[in-house]
Design a protein around this ligand. Structure first.
Ligand SMILES: Cc1cc2nc3c(=O)[nH]c(=O)nc-3n(C[C@H](O)[C@H](O)[C@H](O)COP(=O)(O)O)c2cc1C
Length: 247
């Protein structure tokens, strides 16, 4: 039976849980070894691999199986370059009015705070610092990746379409990593999804809204180490009614 037939028939799971202390399985290896890749080889990813990656995105779970996504694949290098220039232009413009890192400019600080009040996510000091790097040409937008996948969300969808789109993207990112490819989520694409000229050019229209993008390609070099993660407290209500906190 082919893998596709097996899927369609609804294969019975032959997966058994690992013994305590067993080494990482293939999925865990992919999850823990994936890193955001910001340097790419000058070599395009073949279509068949991209199709497999998109298929993994399509098989993501979604609220009520609404599948509220649309993917766009962009490999036109001139178009990626133009979009990059458009993003850099917006970042430069924003830096005229907002700059967290510039001490001494009272009015910039004041406008930054005002922007933050209306868009806490975008104008938080972390993305704001990266926006400054993009404006100064010190951080790329799509990092020279030969392929960019755009993730659009159907805004009519019930439930949590943003979460659903995120899951489909993560399916794609992990699948790409399992093929030896590199990816980087790129949410600094946002201006492209807001500027009417760009929306028209890319055919982004209602009911779709650009959520984020994924840069994809063959990594150049190996990203060093692992970016540290916070150890968050996890509250655990046990079967016997007791409670513990684990880390
Ligand atoms: C939704 C989302 C948006 C992101 N946007 C960008 C971006 O625009 N540019 C960039 O270089 N990295 C971006 N990243 C990558 C994060 O910086 C990265 O995932 C984080 O620092 C952890 O590093 P790691 O992916 O190597 O584990 C984004 C990640 C996510 C999940």
């Amino acid at each position: 039976m082919s893998e596709q037939e097996d899927l369609e028939k609804g294969s019975k799971s032959k997966i058994t849980p690992p013994e305590s202390g067993a080494p990482f399985n293939a999925i865990e290896e992919v999850i823990y070894r994936r890193r955001s890749v910001r340097y790419y080889q000058d070599k395009q990813v073949p279509d068949y691999l991209i199709r497999r990656i998109l298929e993994a995105g399509r098989f993501a779970p979604s609220s009520g199986n609404t599948q509220p996504w649309k993917f766009m694949v962009i490999q036109d290098q001139a178009l990626i370059k133009e979009m990059t220039q458009a993003v850099v232009k917006v970042m430069r413009l924003l830096m005229i009015f907002t700059d967290y890192t510039e001490r001494g400019s009272r009015w910039k600080e004041w406008i930054s705070k005002l922007f933050m009040r209306f868009s806490k996510n975008m104008f938080h000091p972390i993305p704001a610092a990266a926006m400054k790097l993009i404006a100064e040409g010190k951080l790329g937008v799509w990092h020279g990746a030969p392929t960019v996948i755009f993730l659009l969300m159907d805004r009519r969808s019930a439930g949590d379409p943003m979460v659903d789109v995120g899951i489909s993207g993560q399916n794609m990112v992990l699948t790409a990593h399992s093929f030896g490819l590199g990816t980087c989520w790129v949410s600094f694409c946002k201006p492209i999804g807001m500027i009417p000229k760009w929306k028209k050019r890319l055919g982004i229209k209602y009911p779709y809204k650009l959520v984020t993008t994924i840069a994809l390609g063959y990594p150049r070099g190996v990203p060093d180490g692992q970016v540290p993660r916070e150890t968050q407290a996890i509250d655990w209500f046990e079967e016997d009614g007791s409670f513990k906190v684990i880390y």
